[in-house]
Design a protein around this ligand. Sequence first.
Ligand SMILES: O=C(O)CCC(=O)C(=O)O
Ligand SMILES: [Fe+2]
Length: 294
Amino acid sequence: MSMADYGAAPNVDPLFKELEEYDLMKHVVELEAYGMTVVPPDKMGVSEDFITRLRDAILTACNKRNGLDIGDYRTAALEPNKAGKRSWLLLEEDEVFVEAATNPRMLALVRWLCGQSAVFSGHTWIIKPKGGANLGLHSDAHGIPPGGGHIAHVCNASWLCTDYDGPEDGPTVFVPGSHRYGRATLPHETDIDKTPFKVVPLIGQAGSLALWHGCTWHASVPRTRDGLRVTLVQVFMRRHMQRITSWETELSPQLREKYPELDRVLGRHMYPFKYGPDPKLSAEMVRTGTDPFA
Ligand SMILES: O=C(O)CCC(=O)C(=O)O
Ligand SMILES: [Fe+2]
């Protein structure tokens, strides 16, 4: 008998069962305790083929959009920021981005953090060459003031498309447990060389998913190894938040029709409206106010 069998909490019971079935409970506890977790590829149910297709799709989109010819990511050298332009809105570049945004195990963890009505806010690549500078400590939950951090309003689900073996790979670094502070960093806290907080690197092999509560403070360090770090950053949020990308205007409706899970997670917002709300959208929004798991 598990608590989920009582059927007393209809929003969290199915999630609990899914997380148990996928053997993700350790990762839920890490999210609660540390505000971040790294799930290895086998637990994500993804093959090497998936991560190869995802990495290739990112590099192809970057080459095409920025007029580059990156070549072999294992040896390529680029000027910092050269590959970082035009990096958002990728769903129609390749359907592997739909796969990445709707992986069922990822969505179970995302919905643990942001509820069943979690919305896909936007996605972007990181293609990071050797060199460059630190990125300062920050929270991804922009606009959530101190006091509003009790639940995750935002979360970041990033696919590692290359190995992060250590600091030489130029990984994201975290202050474990900082999601509990429920606020963004202040200017004197952001420099990772001076901050009094303990900062730890994200370590994981290609194909892992790094997931963090939007309030967990993180930064990144320069890459000192040859070749590129490649990452697909995906931001999910609760329904009340403003999405990064307006899917209604930026995406063809055919893709939504083809993939029902994508359609669900892209969501439809009740605001803005002109003469009055759509009753269905309004009822959904009201329901999300009843339970953090709704
Ligand atoms: O890993 C990095 O380079 C920074 C990532 C980051 O800040 C983010 O994805 O929100
Ligand atoms: Fe960030």
